[in-house]
Design a binder for this molecule. Structure first.
Ligand SMILES: NC(=O)c1ccc[n+]([C@@H]2O[C@H](COP(=O)([O-])OP(=O)(O)OC[C@H]3O[C@@H](n4cnc5c(N)ncnc54)[C@H](O)[C@@H]3O)[C@@H](O)[C@H]2O)c1
Length: 372
C-alpha cells in the first residue's frame, strides 16, 4: 500500500530541503554539473519499496544521497592542460637494462632481424622506447619526428646503447633520424622517400606521434582541436597509407602498429578531453578498417591502446595537477601507472611474425583500466 503523496513529500522535505541541498552541492568542487542537471524521475515514480536506497536511484533528486554521486565518474571542467611549448618538454633517452645478450629461450618468431621499421614520434617518450624494442629485436630503425634535432640525438643514444649492450655483436641495427610533420601530406611523402633512399625499404610502421590536451568541450579552442585531430588522426592515416603503398609496390607483407589510447574506448576522468578521446577511437577503428582493406595484400594493421604511462607529458600534467596521480591510480586495477618499457613486448609481438594471424586487433596495455 502506498502512502499518500503529500506525506512522502513532507517527509523528504523535512530531511533535506531541496534548495538547501542543491546549494550545498553547488558549493562542492566535484559537482558543478548538478546545477544544470534535470531531474530524472517525477516524485510520483518513487516507490515505498525503494526504502532508504530510493534517494540513490533515478527516483531521487540529484545529490540527494550525498555529494559523492558520480564523484569518480565525471569530468571536472576545472582541469585544463594546454600542450606545453616544446622547449618545456625534455627529450628522453633509451631505457637501460632491457636489452643486451641473454640466454633465455624465446620464440624465434619474435625476431625483427632483416626488417626496417619506421617509428613516428620516435624522438622521445613511448615512440623512442618502442623503437628501442624493435632495434633490440634486430630491426633497422627510422625515427621520425617534428623535432629533428632530438631525433638525431636519440638515434645516436639508441645506437650507443645497442653497442654497449651487445659488445661482441658484428652488426648493430642502423638507426636514422628524419623530419616530418605527420599532419602534412607533402612532408610525409618526402620523409618516406628519404627513408627509402637511406634504408632501401620499409617493412614496419609504428605511429606514435600524437598528443593530448585538456579543455572542457565548451571552451576547447577550435584551432587547437583541429591541430590535435590533424596530428593524431590524419598523421596516423597519412603514414599508414604511405607505407602500405610502398609495401604494395614491392608486393611484400608488412605490419603497421597504430598507437591509440585507452581513451579511445573509455572516457577518462576527471580531466576533460573529448577531442582526444574521439581521435583515439578513430585511430582504433582506422586500424580495424585498414586491416580489412589491406588483408589481401598481407599487410597487418593493429592498434595498441596504452593506459596511463609515465612520460614527459604525463609527468608535466601530474606536476601541474598533483591530485591527479591518486585519482588515476585509484581507478587502475593494477594500482600503478605503466612505464614506457611496458610497451616493448606488445609492439614487438604485433610487429613481428609472432602475431602473423593477428590483424585489426586492439591490444590494451592499461593495467586493467578498461575492464572495470
Ligand atoms: N603517455 C601516455 O600516458 C599515453 C597513453 C596513451 C596513449 N599515448 C599516446 O602515445 C603516443 C606517444 O605519447 P608520448 O607520451 O610518448 O608523447 P611525447 O610527447 O613524449 O612524444 C610524442 C612525440 O611526437 C612528436 N610529434 C608531435 N607532433 C608531431 C608531428 N606533427 N609530427 C611529427 N612528430 C610529432 C613529438 O615531437 C614527440 O617527440 C601519443 O600518440 C599519445 O597520444 C600516450
Amino acid at each position: 500500500m502506498y502512502k499518500p503523496q503529500f506525506l512522502r513529500t513532507a517527509a523528504r522535505a523535512s530531511i533535506r530541503p531541496r534548495a538547501a541541498l542543491l546549494s550545498q552541492i553547488r558549493n562542492q568542487k566535484i559537482t558543478p554539473q548538478f546545477s544544470t542537471c534535470s531531474f530524472l524521475r517525477k516524485e510520483s515514480d518513487r516507490k515505498d519499496t525503494d526504502g532508504q536506497h530510493g534517494a540513490a536511484t533515478t527516483a531521487g533528486e540529484p545529490g540527494e544521497s550525498g555529494a559523492h554521486e558520480g564523484q569518480f565518474a565525471r569530468t571536472d571542467n576545472e582541469v585544463r592542460v594546454q600542450y606545453p611549448e616544446e622547449e618545456n618538454l625534455p627529450r628522453s633517452t633509451p631505457v637501460q637494462g632491457r636489452g643486451g645478450l641473454h640466454f633465455k629461450k624465446t620464440l624465434a618468431s619474435f625476431s625483427m632481424e632483416g626488417k626496417t621499421a619506421v617509428v613516428t614520434g620516435g624522438a622521445r617518450g613511448l615512440g623512442l622506447v618502442m623503437a628501442q624494442a624493435l632495434a633490440q629485436s634486430g630491426a633497422d630503425i627510422a625515427l621520425v619526428d617534428l623535432k629533428k634535432d632530438d631525433a638525431v640525438s636519440s638515434a645516436k643514444d639508441l645506437q650507443d646503447q645497442l653497442r654497449k649492450e651487445n659488445p661482441d655483436s658484428e652488426k648493430i641495427p642502423k638507426v636514422t633520424a628524419h623530419y616530418a610533420d605527420v599532419a602534412d601530406p607533402a612532408s610525409v611523402d618526402s620523409c618516406l622517400a628519404e627513408i627509402i633512399t637511406e634504408h632501401g625499404k620499409i617493412d614496419n610502421l609504428v605511429t606514435s606521434a600524437g598528443f593530448t590536451e585538456n579543455f572542457s568541450a565548451i571552451t576547447y579552442p577550435p584551432d587547437r582541436m583541429n591541430k590535435l585531430w590533424g596530428v593524431n588522426v590524419n598523421g596516423t592515416y597519412l603514414f599508414a597509407v604511405g607505407v602500405a603503398k610502398h609495401l604494395m609496390e614491392r608486393e611484400v607483407p608488412g605490419s603497421i602498429v597504430m598507437i591509440g589510447s585507452m581513451s579511445g574506448a573509455i572516457v577518462n576522468v576527471p580531466q576533460p578531453q573529448a577531442p582526444y578521446n574521439a581521435a583515439k577511437a578513430a585511430v582504433r577503428h582506422l586500424a580495424a578498417s585498414l586491416a580489412v582493406e589491406w588483408a589481401s595484400n598481407g599487410i597487418r594493421v593493429n592498434c595498441i591502446s596504452p593506459g596511463y604511462m609515465l612520460t614527459a607529458l604525463t609527468k608535466k600534467i601530474l606536476d601541474d595537477n598533483p591530485t591527479l596521480s591518486k585519482q588515476w591510480t585509484s581507478l587502475i586495477p593494477v594500482g600503478k601507472m605503466g612505464r614506457p618499457e611496458d610497451l616493448m613486448g606488445a609492439v614487438t609481438f604485433l610487429s613481428s611474425d609472432a602475431s602473423l594471424y593477428v590483424t585489426g586487433a586492439d591490444l590494451r596495455v592499461d593495467g586493467g583500466y578498461t575492464v572495470t
